[in-house]
Design a protein around this ligand. Structure first.
Ligand code: SF4
Length: 376
């Protein structure tokens, strides 16, 4: 772990470490293997740990994933975090094997629609208390709570309102062992929202992240732009650099994360904020066990390659690995691709163009880019 001045947030225990207060900044990553592939997942956990990962997140979406987690647990001492998506009830089954549970307020509405959200939050808090687990309330601009979104149009205000609402509920159940994240794919929005949140609740430890930062080198630059500005003013207690990388290179997220913290600590600021918000912007998710087709990383790389010559065009293209964040996150891009098992869904803003085979989608994307740039 890397030491750096931090605000005096509360300091919470998570597994063998502390986050917040005077604790060093923790660097984390997420496995991109299928959780049920125990050998692959264990190898990735070991590699990430070896490179200095303080926490390692894995996805659990099904009972098969729970069974795999149960098998993995005795084979590693890593501090494991589980990322819950829609199936929040799985929390009860995974909690005995992990040190932290992450839930996304925007995903609590999909199951048991008649049940009040506060009841679901009460359940999650109870599970964490009973199992000595910490929690992350993980708000994401790409999957905002639909009820809040209806009331508040601006995504920044919507994300903040959702975060404060969930903090209030969780604290209302007398639970304080949690961190908050407020991720956007736009690093400047990340800086703004974390500053706003920290100004109101300086006591809550924060997990920093630029979601779907994409491939190297842009993904590193976007993360640096956000983290340098926030860490330099003491905001951020744990960080994750999200990069679209082949599985064999996933550990680069940890290496780059430590490097950014070290650079800020030494007063070396390397990011180029001028780069952000201008020209071609390819955003892509870092992939995880939910990725619906192994061809996702190559697809993202291919999109980057075929659009190289369009660097000066102000176009955002989002490439996402699955249906969890794919449909929502692509809504905000000029053109979006999100992967299904056999097809790639192509979108123009929030409008669906169609589903195309993996080897057909790039020429179709190029047609759309051409139309877009002609009209620009
Ligand atoms: S979009 Fe899907 S595959 Fe990509 S990181 Fe998010 S959950 Fe994982």
């Amino acid at each position: 772990m890397t030491s750096l001045h931090t605000r005096k947030t509360r300091k919470i225990p998570i597994g063998s470490l502390f986050v917040g207060g005077d604790a060093p900044i923790a660097v984390q990553s997420m496995c991109a293997t299928h959780t049920t592939d125990i050998d692959e997942t264990l190898a990735q956990i070991n590699l990430l740990e070896d490179k200095g990962a303080d926490f390692i997140r894995i996805a659990v979406d099904s009972r098969k994933d729970v069974a795999a987690l149960k098998e993995l647990r005795p084979q590693t001492n890593a501090n494991l975090v589980v990322d819950l998506q829609e199936n929040y009830r799985l929390a009860k089954e995974v909690a005995p094997y992990v040190q932290k549970i992450r839930y996304n307020p925007g995903h609590l509405h999909h199951h048991e629609r008649d049940k009040e959200v506060i009841e679901k939050v009460k359940f999650l808090v109870g599970v964490c208390k009973d199992n000595d687990c910490a929690m992350r309330i993980g708000v994401n601009f790409g999957s905002l709570d639909p009820n809040v979104k209806e009331e508040v149009e601006d995504p920044m205000d919507s994300a903040l309102r959702s975060a404060f609402h969930h903090v209030e509920m969780v604290e209302g159940f007398d639970f304080h062992r949690f961190v908050v994240s407020l991720k956007s794919s736009d690093p400047l929005k990340v800086v703004e929202i974390y500053k706003k949140f920290a100004a109101q609740r300086p006591d809550i430890p924060l997990h920093l992240g630029v979601t779907e930062a994409g491939m190297l080198p842009e993904g590193e630059i976007k993360s640096r732009v956000a983290f340098e500005q926030l860490l330099a003013v003491g905001i951020g207690d744990t960080i994750r650099v999200s990069l679209t990388l082949p599985n064999s290179e996933k550990h680069k997220e940890i290496e780059i994360g430590h490097k950014i913290v070290e650079d800020v600590k030494a007063g070396r600021f390397r990011s180029v904020p001028e780069f952000i918000g201008k020209g071609l912007n390819v955003i892509s998710c870092p992939s995880c066990s939910r990725v619906e087709n192994g061809a996702f990383v190559e697809l993202a790389q291919e999109v980057k390659k075929v659009t190289e010559s369009l660097k000066d065009k102000d176009i955002t293209i989002a490439v996402m690995g699955c249906r969890v964040n794919g449909p929502g996150e692509t809504d905000h891009a000029d053109l979006g691709l999100w992967c299904g098992p056999n097809h790639v869904n192509l979108k123009r803003g929030s409008e669906k163009i169609g589903a195309f085979a993996y080897d057909e989608v790039i020429p179709r994307l190029m047609q759309e880019i051409e139309a877009l740039t002609k009209n620009a």
